[in-house]
Design a binder for this molecule. Structure first.
Ligand code: DPP
Ligand code: ZN
Length: 876
C-alpha cells in the first residue's frame, strides 16, 4: 500500500467553506446529495486539479455551478473524483451518490446497527458517504437534511442545532434539518436515524447557555442510560472548573449503538457510542464498566475542545487530540475517584498495552512519521503514551503554568487545525522556556530506561543519586530525553522529607529532579541516616527503571512512602522479582516469599479497611503479561503461569485467615442499596481480590465461597467475580455456574460478552475447542465487534498460555478469525492481529509457530490494507 509521510504534508489546494447534505435514508438505496461551496486555497497550488476522496461510492449525478461538466473534464470512480481544470474562483459542486447502509459491514461511513442508521467518519469514513476533501485541515460549515420513513426512524439527529422538521407530503416519510455553526473537518460529521428511547436533563453553562443533554438508547433500555447522562453532566461541569471550557451548542446528544468498531466517537454535538460504554445497571454492569463509562463519556465530551474546537492539521498529529484528551479524562476520573488508585490503574494499563507495543515490531513514535493505514494508529502509544507526555509537561512547568498554557493553546488555535508544535508553542509562550528538547518525546519509539544508583556518606550526611538514561534501538545521535523524576527519601521509620530539617538538594524542586542529559547526579544534604530513595513518584515518566533497591528497601517503601503509587510499586516489584526468579529457576526465592507474605499481612492489618481500593491493588499481583514484559526474551508462557499461580497460592495460604475476615468485614449489610461510587467499588474490589487468592490456595474452599457469592450477589461485580473464581477450577461446579449465567442473561448481549470472555480466558487445554464451540453459539456473531473482542480478543490478549500453545492451535484460531473477518470488517481484523506483536520475544518453538501463523495470514490473497499493514510491519 502507498505510504503517507509527515514530511510530504502540504495544504489542500482547495477549500470547502459550506456543505449542504441531503440524505434520504433507505435500507439499501440511500441517496446523498452534497452541495459543496468550494474555492481555491490561497495557500495551495494555483491551478491544481481538484481531487476528491471517495471509497466504495456510486456516483449518480454531478453538476458544477448548475451544469453537467464536460465528460473529459472529470474522472470519477468508486475511489475518487477528479476535476482536471477546476475554476480559479469560488464554485459549487453538486454530487449525488447512492449508498447501501445495510451492506456496510465495515462500520465506517453510513451503516445500520440493529436497524438504526448511524455513521462513523474518523479517520476516513466521510468519503464513503460522498466525494470530499476528506482531511482534517479542511473545515466546513455543515447543514444536513435527513429524511427517512417515519415508522422506521422516528428519531433523526445531526450535528449542531435542529433548525427545521416536517413531513414529506404524500409519503410516510419525515425529515429534520440540522445546522452546525462551527466549521469542522469531515471526520466529525455524524447523523443518526432510528427508533430510540431518550433520557435528558438540562445544564446551564458558566457562560449562561441553556443546554439540553440527551442520551439515546435502543428501545426499552432507557433505565440503563442514567449513569451515562449523569457522567455527561459531571464532565461539563468539570471542564468548566478544571480548564475553563464551556459547551458551545444548545444540544449535546449521545447515541448508543450496538455495532461499533471503537469505544466511542466525538462527533460535534452528536457523540456516537459503543453501547458497552453507555448502558449500565447494577444487574448488568461491573464496577469496571461504570468506571469505563464515566471515563469514555468524559473523554468524548472533552474532545469538544481538545479535538473539535482545536482539531488536527493531519493524522500524524493524532496524539494532539488523543493524548491530550486521555490526559484530561484521567484527571477527571482522578477527581471523581481516588487519585492514587486511578494512577495505579493508568500505569497498569500503560504497562499492559503500551510497553509491549513499544518493545515489538509495531512500535512507533507518539507522532508517527509515516503510515500505510491510519486506522492502525489508534494505538496505546498515541493515546496512553501521548497522555504521559502531557502529564510530564505539567510536572515540568507546574500546575499554574500548565493551566495558563492550556488556556493559551485554546485561545491561539481555536477554530484551526493545529500541530504538536502549536501545542508546545503555547507553553513556551507562557513560561518563556524552550521546549524543543522536550519535544523529542514525540519523535522516537521505544521505552527509555533509567538506571539509578545511590550512595550515602554518613560523615558528610549526604546522599547522592546518579542517573543514566538509555533508549533501546536509539542511535548514538539520539539526543537525551527530558525526564522529570519525582523523588523523595524515606527512612526506616517514615519519610525523611518531613517538615523538620528535611534533606534538600539544590536541583530538586517541589520533589522533582529533571534529568536532561545522558547521565547526571543529584546530592541531598542534611541526610541523617541512610535513606531509601523513592524514585519516579506517581510514575513521573513512562520509563523502565533499573532500581538500586533490594526487597528490604522496597518493604520500607511499602510501609512508609507517602507516595501511594510507589508503595504499590514496591509490592509489585517484589512480586515480580519473586516470580521471575522462579521462571529463571533460581532457588533463592523462598525466604523472600515468606517475608513478602508477612509484610503483606502487616499491611492488610494496618490499612485494608482504611483504603480497600488501594489494598486491592496491592494484593493484585503483576499479570502474566507484566512478567513476560519484564523477562523480555525467550518467553515461556507456561513457566510464567506456573510462577504466578504458585505465588498466588502462597499468598492465599499465608494470608488466609486475614482474607476471610476481611471478606466478612467488607460485606455490605443486607439491603444496602447498590452504589457504583469509588468507595463501594473499592470494598467489592478487595473482597474479590481476597476471593481470588483464597481460591488459588484452596480450590475447594474457593468454590464454596464463589458459589455462595453468586447466589447472594446483588450486582454484576460480585456475580462475575464469583464466576471468574469458579472458572479457574475445572469441574462440574464451573460448568453449572456457566450454564446458569448464560440462561439468566440469554437476552443480554453485553452480559454474554462477559460470559464469552471468562471462558476465553480459562487457562486450560480445552479452551481453544471451547472457543470454537462458542463461535457457533446463537448469541455470537462475527459481525459484531464487541462479540469478537470478548471471545477472541480476550483469548489472544488475556490467556497467554492458551493463545501461545506450543502446538500452535491458539495462533491458528486467531489467524482464522482474522482472515474470516478481514472481508467484512478489516479494522477489527487488523486490531485482533496485533496480538501477535510480541512473537519475536517468545521461546523458539512458539516463536516459529507464531511466525508461521503470521506468514499464513500475510500470504493470503486479497487482504485488506489494514491487515496487510499489520502483517508487513509485524514480519519486518
Ligand atoms: N476519536 C475517537 C476517540 O475518542 C476514536 N474513535 O478516541
Ligand atoms: Zn479520543
Amino acid at each position: 500500500p502507498p505510504t503517507v509521510r509527515l514530511e510530504d504534508y502540504r495544504p489542500s489546494d482547495h477549500l470547502i467553506d459550506r456543505v449542504e447534505l441531503d440524505v434520504r435514508l433507505d435500507p439499501h438505496d440511500t441517496r446523498v446529495t452534497a452541495t459543496l461551496a468550494l474555492r481555491p486555497n490561497p495557500a495551495g497550488r494555483a491551478g491544481a486539479p481538484l481531487v476528491l476522496d471517495g471509497d466504495d461510492l456510486t456516483l449518480l449525478a454531478l453538476e458544477l455551478d448548475g451544469q453537467a461538466p464536460a465528460p473529459d473534464a472529470v474522472r470519477a470512480d468508486a475511489s475518487g473524483l477528479t476535476l482536471h481544470r477546476p475554476p480559479q474562483r469560488p464554485f459549487t459542486l453538486r454530487i449525488e451518490t447512492r449508498l447501501d447502509p445495510t451492506a456496510n459491514t465495515r462500520l465506517m461511513g453510513l451503516y445500520r446497527s440493529n436497524g438504526v442508521y448511524c455513521t462513523q467518519c474518523e479517520a476516513d469514513g466521510f468519503r464513503r458517504i460522498t466525494y470530499f476533501l476528506d482531511r482534517p485541515d479542511v473545515l466546513s460549515v455543515y447543514t444536513t437534511r435527513i429524511e427517512a420513513e417515519r415508522e422506521a426512524a422516528p428519531v433523526l439527529l445531526g450535528n449542531g442545532n435542529p433548525v427545521e422538521a416536517g413531513t414529506v407530503p404524500g409519503t410516510d416519510r419525515h425529515y429534520a434539518v440540522w445546522h452546525d455553526p462551527l466549521p469542522k473537518p469531515a471526520y466529525l460529521f455524524a447523523l443518526v436515524g432510528g427508533r430510540l428511547d431518550r433520557v435528558a436533563k438540562p445544564f446551564t453553562t458558566m457562560e449562561g447557555r441553556a443546554v439540553e443533554i440527551a442520551v439515546y438508547v435502543e428501545p426499552g433500555k432507557a433505565d440503563r442510560a442514567a449513569y451515562a447522562l449523569d457522567a455527561v453532566e459531571r464532565s461539563m461541569a468539570w471542564d468548566e472548573t478544571a480548564f475553563g471550557r464551556a459547551y458551545d451548542l444548545d444540544l449535546f446528544n449521545v447515541v448508543a449503538v450496538s455495532d461499533f468498531n471503537m469505544g466511542a466517537m466525538e462527533n460535534k454535538g452528536l457523540n456516537i457510542f459503543n453501547d458497552k460504554y453507555v448502558l449500565a445497571s447494577p444487574e448488568t454492569a461491573t464496577d469496571g464498566d461504570y468506571a469505563a463509562i464515566e471515563a469514555i463519556i468524559a473523554h468524548e465530551y472533552f474532545h469538544n475542545w481538545s479535538g473539535n474546537r482545536v482539531t488536527c492539521r493531519d493524522w500524524f498529529q493524532l496524539c494532539l487530540k488523543e493524548g491530550l484528551t486521555v490526559f484530561r479524562d484521567q484527571e477527571f476520573s482522578s477527581d471523581m475517584r481516588s487519585r492514587a488508585v486511578h494512577r495505579i490503574a493508568e500505569v497498569r494499563n500503560l504497562r499492559a498495552r503500551q510497553f509491549p507495543e513499544d518493545a515489538g515490531p509495531l512500535a512507533h513514535p507518539v507522532r508517527p512519521k509515516q503510515y500505510a493505514e491510519i486506522n492502525n494508529f489508534y494505538t496505546a502509544t498515541v493515546y496512553e503514551k501521548g497522555a504521559e507526555i502531557v502529564r510530564m509537561l505539567r510536572t515540568l512547568i507546574g500546575e499554574t503554568a500548565f493551566r495558563a498554557g492550556m488556556d493559551r493553546y485554546f485561545a491561539d488555535n481555536d477554530g484551526t487545525a493545529a500541530t504538536v508544535e502549536d501545542f508546545l508553542k503555547a507553553f513556551e509562550a507562557v513560561t518563556g522556556r524552550d521546549l524543543s528538547r522536550f519535544a523529542e518525546w514525540y519523535e522516537r519509539p521505544g521505552t527509555p530506561r533509567v538506571a539509578v544508583s545511590g550512595s550515602y556518606d554518613p560523615a558528610a550526611r549526604t546522599y547522592r543519586l546518579a542517573f543514566r538514561q538509555t533508549r533501546p534501538g536509539a542511535g548514538a545521535d539520539a539526543p537525551p530525553l527530558v525526564i522529570p523524576i519525582g523523588l523523595g527519601l524515606v527512612g526506616p521509620d517514615g519519610p525523611l522529607d518531613g517538615p523538620l530539617a528535611p534533606p534538600f538538594a539544590e536541583r530538586v524542586e517541589d520533589g522533582v529532579f529533571v534529568l536532561e542529559t545522558a547521565e547526571d547526579a543529584v546530592t541531598f544534604e542534611n541526610v541523617a541516616a541512610e535513606p531509601v530513595p523513592s524514585l519516579f513518584r506517581a510514575f513521573s515518566a513512562p520509563v523502565r527503571v533499573e532500581s538500586p533497591l533490594d526487597d528490604a528497601a522496597r518493604l520500607t517503601l511499602l510501609r512508609h512512602d507517602p507516595d501511594s503509587f510507589n508503595r504499590w510499586e514496591a509490592a509489585q516489584r517484589i512480586a515480580l522479582g519473586l516470580m521471575t526468579a522462579q521462571v529463571r529457576d533460581e532457588t533463592a526465592g523462598d525466604a523472600g516469599a515468606d517475608d513478602f507474605v508477612v509484610a503483606l499481612g502487616a499491611f492488610l492489618d494496618a490499612e485494608a479497611l482504611r483504603d480497600p481500593a488501594f489494598a486491592a491493588q496491592v494484593l493484585a499481583l503483576p499479570s502474566e503479561g507484566d512478567l513476560a514484559d519484564e523477562i523480555g526474551t525467550e518467553i515461556d508462557p507456561d513457566a510464567i503461569f506456573a510462577a504466578r499461580r504458585d505465588l498466588r497460592r502462597r499468598l492465599g495460604t499465608g494470608l488466609r485467615e486475614r482474607l476471610l475476615s476481611l471478606r466478612e468485614a467488607l460485606a455490605e449489610p443486607e439491603g444496602t442499596p447498590f452504589s457504583p461510587d469509588a468507595a463501594a467499588a473499592g470494598r467489592r474490589a478487595l473482597r474479590n481480590a481476597a476471593l481470588d487468592l483464597i481460591a488459588a490456595a484452596d480450590p475447594e474452599a474457593g468454590t464454596a465461597l464463589a458459589q455462595a457469592q453468586i447466589a447472594q450477589a446483588t450486582n454484576m461485580t460480585d456475580r462475575l467475580a464469583g464466576l471468574a473464581a469458579l472458572a479457574l477450577v475445572p469441574g462440574e461446579a464451573r460448568e453449572a455456574a456457566l450454564s446458569a449465567f448464560a440462561e439468566r442473561y440469554a437476552n443480554e448481549p453485553l452480559v454474554l460478552d462477559k460470559w464469552f470472555a471468562i471462558q476465553a480466558m480459562i487457562p486450560e487445554d480445552g479452551t481453544v475447542e471451547r472457543i470454537r464451540r462458542l463461535q457457533g453459539h446463537p448469541a455470537f456473531a462475527n459481525t459484531n465487534p464487541n462479540r469478537v473482542r470478548s471471545l477472541v480478543g480476550s483469548f489472544s490478549l488475556a490467556n497467554p498460555t492458551q493463545f501461545n500453545r506450543a502446538d500452535g492451535a491458539g495462533y491458528a484460531l486467531v489467524a482464522e478469525t482474522v482472515l474470516a473477518l478481514d472481508g467484512t470488517n478489516p479494522q477489527v481484523a487488523a486490531r485482533l492481529m496485533t496480538a501477535f506483536g510480541p512473537w519475536r520475544r517468545l521461546e523458539p518453538v512458539r516463536r516459529a509457530a507464531a511466525e508461521s501463523a503470521l506468514r499464513r495470514i500475510a500470504a493470503t490473497p486479497g487482504l485488506s490494507r489494514d491487515v496487510t499493514d499489520i502483517g508487513t510491519r509485524s514480519l519486518a
